[in-house]
Design a protein. Structure first.
Length: 310
């Protein structure tokens, strides 16, 4: 496979890629950016595939996020392309190891505040690049992420609504006060009530050293209920409480009249700053309880399948 270089936003033609894992580079406005791609088993390029953009949390990078969230396994099962963009930040060399400490520009209400990095333009360039090597279904491009990655997914929904059909932020609210999408974008927000890093009710998190004053999950939901023209009162149901893990999930669904869009909030009562359905190692126990009652990956994909771009 020939390497690809983007100068500004001009894309060079390269050969198509098949199933496997790839690292790709872009140069945008003089800055080198990277992203990882997982093309699922069975893909042969004859039909367009959905794409799920997965945004890592603050202080992490794309490679770390692949085993953390487990979306590659879901991509192989459900037949979509998983894409993991890298944010920007510091690369630290320590005792022979390299640590990439990256973040996103999701808006002013996030760790570090708003920066000059245009991550919306970067994401657009990623999608343009990907379409040169993968047969992408343009009506089924989605975004998810956790914490700072969730904040970035919200910004994309507001500013890249011509490309993004639906988002699924986990443990992270909007980083902006308002949203003004040009087209409806469906939203599935998953958040634990005992999140001590990015509090469900907003404000400063005990585990967040940046001191960021986060918006609440409710602020995000209300903004998108208004933007999508949804009913102000949701229907509420409880997810099956199948595991004795100290958590319980309640789903609030806001129906929208615009193009069949939806806004859904899943409140994980007792849940921490976690990705439901994924196990954490002992070093991450301070993040709180990760619900075993449901798989976030399963619910996210079910939601995405329901909401292609109209």
């Amino acid at each position: 496979m020939l390497p690809l270089l983007i100068l500004g936003l001009a894309v060079a033609q390269v050969d198509a890629i098949g199933p496997g894992d790839y690292s790709r580079k872009l140069t945008i406005e003089g800055q080198e950016r990277t992203y990882l791609v997982h093309v699922p088993k069975g893909y042969d390029g004859t039909k367009p595939y959905p794409v799920v953009l997965v945004f890592h949390g603050g202080g992490n990078n794309a490679r770390q996020w692949i085993p953390f969230c487990g979306i590659n396994e879901k991509a192989d099962q459900a037949h979509f392309v998983a894409v993991y963009p890298n944010g920007t930040g510091k690369t630290i060399h320590y005792e022979g190891e390299v640590y990439e400490v990256f973040g996103w520009n999701g808006g002013p209400r996030q760790p570090g505040g708003e920066t000059k990095i245009d991550d919306v333009a970067f994401t657009r360039a990623v999608l343009d690049d990907l379409s040169k090597v993968v047969n992408v279904d343009a009506k089924r491009v989605y975004a998810t992420g956790m914490s700072m990655g969730a904040i970035m997914a919200y910004r994309l929904a507001g500013e890249l609504s011509d490309r993004i059909a639906a988002i699924a932020p986990i443990a992270g609210p909007m980083g902006t006060e308002y949203c003004d999408p040009k087209q409806p974008v469906s939203v599935l927000h998953i958040h634990g009530t005992e999140d001590d890093a990015v509090p469900f009710t907003g404000g400063k998190g005990k585990l967040d050293p940046s001191g960021a004053d986060f918006y609440s999950a409710e602020h995000s939901i209300r903004a998108w209920v208004k933007a999508n023209g949804c009913d102000e009162q949701p229907t509420t149901d409880e997810l099956p409480d199948t595991a004795d893990d100290g958590t319980k999930a309640v789903r609030k669904t806001y129906r929208c009249v615009r193009d069949g869009a939806e806004v859904v909030l899943i409140v994980v009562q007792g849940g921490g700053h976690t990705w439901p359905g994924r196990e954490f190692g002992p070093e991450l126990k301070m993040l709180g309880k990760s619900s075993k009652d449901f798989s976030a990956n399963d619910l996210i994909w079910q939601f995405f399948k329901k909401h292609p771009k109209q």
